[in-house]
Write a protein that binds this ligand. Sequence first.
Ligand code: SDX
Length: 383
Amino acid sequence: MSTTKKEADTRGLAGQTIGETAVCAVNQTQLIYRGYEIADLAANASFEEVAFLLLVGHKPSSGELDAFSEELAQMRSGLGEGVLSTVERIARETPDAHPMDVLRTAISLAAHEDPDCGDNGPEAELRKSKRLLATIPVIVGTHQRALDGLPRIESDPSLSHAANLLWLMTGQKPGEIAARVMDVSLILYAEHDFNASTFTSRVIASTNSDMHSAVCGAIGALKGNLHGGANEAAMEMLKDIMEDTASGDMTVDAWMERAFAEKRKLMGFGHRVYKNGDHRAGILRDWGIRYAEQENPDTRKWFDLGDAVQKIMLDSKNIHPNVDFPCGMTYFAMGIPVPQYTPIFVASRITGWCAHIMEQHQNNRIIRPLAEYTGPELLEWNG
Ligand code: SDX
């Protein structure tokens, strides 16, 4: 009996290895950041240690970590008044502007005041990476406070990077578990080899353009709901399911069957690489449930609904959740406004992007693949 091998679907470069990196390995069995496995990092490292590992290239000694953390704390106040007042003006004048667009605008403005902007050398790019890492939480926090009609908050040097991000957004010092959950989520989101936004940053860097231009392009890519924007879209989907099934007229199964019939993409599910599950999803789900049970028991219902949706997706489609699915529920339980979920993703993935931009600049050849022409054969303009 002849068997026809299903042609591999290579649209979107699926399954194509198109370059090398020493930063990260993503495959069905492991997610590794510069040799360290993600479950090991999530259990035993801080986000600052992971950021140092990605940007500098090795696990920091305690002295290196102290110096790095101190540098980040000092750099947090490095944004000029022009950047922050513009963010606040946008919040006042166009409150519906998406926080990812505001963040992209702010980083574009920050480029003009960065003394290293045009320097693609390794030392200058490491300085720029640290400035971006330090200041993105300040931009995100300032924007959220302005949207809430509240004054800007100054960073607190006694707080960790993750805790300071929550402080800048909410004006409340986070408790131990909130700080730890945010820290773990930043570790899980930090890096993921040639995903769409990272590959975008490498293409821009490969033309000898600068780090800020590459990061602005990466933010544009991450915003899409097929990529980083899925964490917000996943939470909105769960809110729709909760609302549509609240009266009891519709079951979750019926809601999902309708979605399947409409051929809807269910946000937070599936992955281009992971076909047997995203190594990060279970880690974040467990931390999210721990937070909900300890700090906000009323939100445990979202994880119960999430588990029901996840089971239906697996049983019906054999499709697993990706990291964005538990992220939505976890950040919702923590009271973080949904439109800030993807900007927080940026606050973490800036480390991976900058590591790849530096790697590209240090061993560069312009990225320019081929295209197969499918347009009309040769025509004569006056023919
Ligand atoms: C991230 O690449 C990375 O590493 C990204 C990321 C990172 O850390 O950087 O991991 C972060 O972006 C995670 C993904 C977040 N996106 C979503 O959750 C959006 C919903 N997911 C789908 O759009 C989709 O699964 C993608 C975009 C994630 C993957 O796209 P693929 O590889 O083109 O999809 P596939 O080949 O695995 O799917 C085959 C079929 C689909 O056929 P098409 O409709 O695309 O022709 O499986 C079905 C679908 O029929 N399918 C889904 C589905 N995902 C796949 N059906 C319903 N809902 C889904 N989510």
